[in-house]
Design a protein around this ligand. Sequence first.
Ligand SMILES: Nc1ncnc2c1ncn2[C@@H]1O[C@H](COP(=O)(O)OP(=O)(O)OP(=O)(O)O)[C@@H](O)[C@H]1O
Length: 231
Amino acid sequence: MTEYILKTKQLTKKFKNNIVLNHINLEIPKGKIYGLLGINGAGKSTTMKIITGIITSFEGEMKFNGQPWRRSSLNKIGALIEYPAAYENLTAYDNMKIVALEEDLPLDGIPITLNRLNINDTGNKKVKNFSLGMKQRLGIAMAMLKNPDFLILDEPFNGLDPYGIKELKEYLKELTENGKTVMISSHILPELQDIAEYIGIINNGSLVYQQAVTGKEDLNQIFFEKTQEGS
Ligand SMILES: Nc1ncnc2c1ncn2[C@@H]1O[C@H](COP(=O)(O)OP(=O)(O)OP(=O)(O)O)[C@@H](O)[C@H]1O
């Protein structure tokens, strides 16, 4: 039987009278990479902000690991939403140290995590002098420091060169091989096609598709069909 790390039931979000998420039932299986696809403005970031407790007012239910979602669920959820929230005037290490102190984590995890994300050699360089790709990798390192069970990444390939994309994909696959679950959003299908084991497509705030990827389906065609219907 499939176990789910996260399930939402009728998740709905309105900003004033604008319905941005419309009765969404997400089902994210444990130990897999789940790709959330949708065109700009479809509702991907809003969904992720609700799961990560950034947006607290919404309708519907959310279960994490089979239990109602609570703030304490965030101890097991790491996230990088929109922009990496690193201090620009500090080094990678010092940014990681702030996360470690805030979350009461041992400091010896810092070099290991920086090393794993390939940003261990930035020394005294301040984040303001990092490339976008380096900032992105630091943001993921900050999210991974607490060794979460569930990693949520909003558009994680932004700013990465082809080597960075390949490395990140390998890293995410390795995480799931070690039992972690990863949710990634993107508006670019090819970014997800070769790594996502499940795909959810969100269109105009509705979840219009949610399936395991078998490799036989034409995801490109499905994406266009599902995002044109009713848009
Ligand atoms: N704080 C807010 N107040 C009002 N409307 C908002 C707010 N945040 C998001 N929206 C609206 O909600 C809709 C969904 O936005 P969201 O950022 O979730 O989309 P997205 O799929 O992540 O898009 P993108 O790929 O461009 O990041 C958009 O119409 C957006 O304008």
